[in-house]
Design a protein around this ligand. Structure first.
Ligand code: FES
Length: 116
């Protein structure tokens, strides 16, 4: 599978915690000003998406991380964490994605602009 390279981030990087608190194969939820972001460490690479399922108001953080996918706890739709794609019904709308990186032992994301 080929992924388009992400566009450069348009906002400031926000430090949301230590890399050691997000080991490979785990996910965490970050909240800022009412916005909930799910961030996961997939084989040493961080990926950040909206935490709220696009089907109904369910926190994907409460679901299951399955490789590079997260499964919604409410009706079971899976989303790819690499690109936000909704992979199963009933969800039909993709998740918004955000730039994420590991930098100097910290997890950083950009919230100013969603990636397509
Ligand atoms: S709320 Fe997530 S699939 Fe329905």
């Amino acid at each position: 599978m080929v992924f388009d390279p992400p566009a450069p981030p348009s906002g400031p990087w926000i430090d949301i915690g230590a890399v050691e608190d997000l080991p490979p194969g785990t996910m965490q939820r970050y909240e800022s000003e009412g916005q909930r972001i799910l961030i996961a460490n997939i084989d040493g690479t961080p990926f950040a998406v909206d935490d709220t399922c696009t089907h109904e108001d369910a926190s994907l953080y409460m679901g299951a991380l399955q490789g590079d996918k997260v499964k919604c706890p409410l009706h079971g739709s899976r989303f790819c964490l690499r690109n936000g794609r909704a992979l199963d019904e009933p969800a039909e709308i993709d998740l918004a994605c955000y730039p994420a990186r590991f930098q100097n032992g910290q997890v950083e994301i950009v919230l100013a602009r969603k990636l397509d």
